[in-house]
Ligand binder design. Structure first.
Ligand code: ATP
Ligand code: MG
Length: 424
């Protein structure tokens, strides 16, 4: 029996990979406009890092982590998210000494032991950004403007931004207690999960997808009515700046996020097109996290986008792999040898060139050129080699024109440029 991959962990095959590269390249391009630099951290960390940052009573830490002991009996965990590892690295390398503000981005696989379904996998990918060192509400708005810019740049339109504020250590405990009191009187109607967690993680109940929990929490106290003066004015300022920057948003006072480290502004980009998996990007402020992890008391804000969900949303609008620009077809043994050399020269000159190396007939070579979607073909035989001239055929319309073999790459580049201009 052949070996298959692990449930919920997907291969990204060549036909899909162009869309992935497009999403990654666009992130690099857009994020760098806002001053973000890439950071690459390992996929495995000490388990303690995630317990301390994400929170012991969150879904992720309670049941979704890939945790194992290595050969020295150290408890390690495949990263379920990117913020904690990036903060760990930021603190370990004292990046705060290099600059008072650090703007970082990352991309790569994350791991959560979840029930696999459309848009939810056990190995999935995130592209995320973290801005550390600024607590001005303008930076919240700027991060959201960058996210909005990214979605526009990749051409995903049917998403909307929802924002909320989760308060801070001054005001959240009071709200939390009010919510616990509210839930305690209505325990019977809550789902089993929420009955268990309403006192340890009451905010999570607001986010529960179970019908009963939704109904009961419909008139639960709102976190926004319990913000302290500082959090309230921060949240108002964020909204004002978003309006100034023309970033559309809606307030969702029930959005709580599944990680404990969030404070003040939290947000999600949601879509109606992915069923229950409606969040394509999510994030927020985490003003206590760096200090909690042993670093200086620096504020931070960040987000992560789920790449698989972006790919699903792009659908047919995704990108295709590049096709060959020229297929060289050889007629006879002498031409085979010549083509082999010409092919190599063309590739070195920056042209995507292909030929057949399996001894196919001319007809079969042309079929292959067609199958590969090559933009041009050139047939070389003894006649062409003797005269130094051949017919360059444009596959889109079958038109042919004579080229001298010596000037093949220049001529071809000129044609390709003209083609791409006329298609603009
Ligand atoms: P969800 O509510 O969908 O479970 P989450 O709150 O657990 O999301 P985050 O931890 O904030 O998600 O991760 C940010 C983004 O990463 C999500 O908005 C989503 O697009 C993506 N994501 C999270 N978990 C998965 C997964 N198991 N498979 C694929 N993408 C995921
Ligand atoms: Mg989740």
């Amino acid at each position: 029996m052949s070996i298959t991959g692990i449930k919920g962990m997907n291969d990204i095959l060549p036909e899909e990979v162009a869309t992935w590269q497009f999403l990654e390249q666009t992130a690099r391009r857009i994020f760098s406009l806002y001053g973000c630099q890439e950071i690459r951290v390992p996929v495995v960390e000490k388990t303690e890092l995630f317990c301390r940052s994400i929170g012991e009573t969150t879904d992720i830490v309670e049941k979704e982590m890939y945790t194992f002991s290595d050969k020295s009996d150290h408890s390690l965990t495949l990263r379920p998210e990117g913020t904690a590892p990036v903060m760990r690295s930021f603190i370990q390398h004292k990046l705060y000494n290099q600059d008072s503000v650090s703007k970082l981005y990352y991309m790569g696989p994350m791991f959560r032991y979840e029930r696999p379904q459309k848009g939810r996998y056990r190995q999935f990918h995130q592209i995320g950004a973290e801005i550390i060192g600024l607590d001005d509400p303008r930076i919240d708005a700027q991060v959201l403007a960058m996210l909005d810019h990214y979605f526009a740049a990749v051409g995903i339109q049917d998403v909307s931004l929802q924002i909320n504020s989760l308060g801070c250590p001054q005001c959240r405990p009071g709200y939390r207690q009010q919510l616990i009191d509210f839930l305690q009187q209505r325990l019977d109607g809550l789902c089993e999960d929420c009955q268990r967690r309403y006192s340890s993680n009451p905010l999570r109940v607001l986010d529960c997808k179970a019908k009963g929990c939704k109904e009961i929490t419909a008139d639960a106290p709102s976190v926004l009515d319990h913000l302290c003066a500082g959090c309230d004015s921060h949240f108002n300022a964020v909204q004002q700046h978003l309006q100034d920057l023309s970033v559309p948003f809606a307030i969702n006072n029930r959005m709580v996020r599944g990680l404990d480290y969030y404070t003040k502004t939290t947000f999600e980009m949601v879509t109606g097109n992915l069923g229950a998996q409606n969040a394509v990007a999510a994030g927020g402020r985490y003003d206590g996290l760096v200090e909690e992890l042993g670093g200086p008391a620096l504020p931070g804000i960040g987000f992560a986008m789920g790449v698989e969900r972006l790919v699903l949303l792009l659908g047919d609008a995704g990108r295709k792999n590049p096709v060959p620009q020229l297929f060289l077809a050889a007629l006879g043994e002498r031409a085979q040898k010549a083509c082999f050399l010409v092919l190599n020269q063309l590739q070195k000159q920056g042209i995507r060139a292909e030929m057949d190396l399996s001894g196919k007939s001319l007809k079969a070579q042309m079929r292959r050129a067609d199958k590969l979607g090559s933009l041009y073909t050139l047939v070389l035989g003894d006649n062409e080699l003797d005269s130094g001239e051949a017919e360059l055929k444009k596959m889109a319309d079958g038109s042919q024109s004579a080229v001298t073999l010596e000037r093949l790459s220049e001529t071809l580049k000129g044609r390709l440029d003209a083609d791409s201009e006329s298609s603009l």
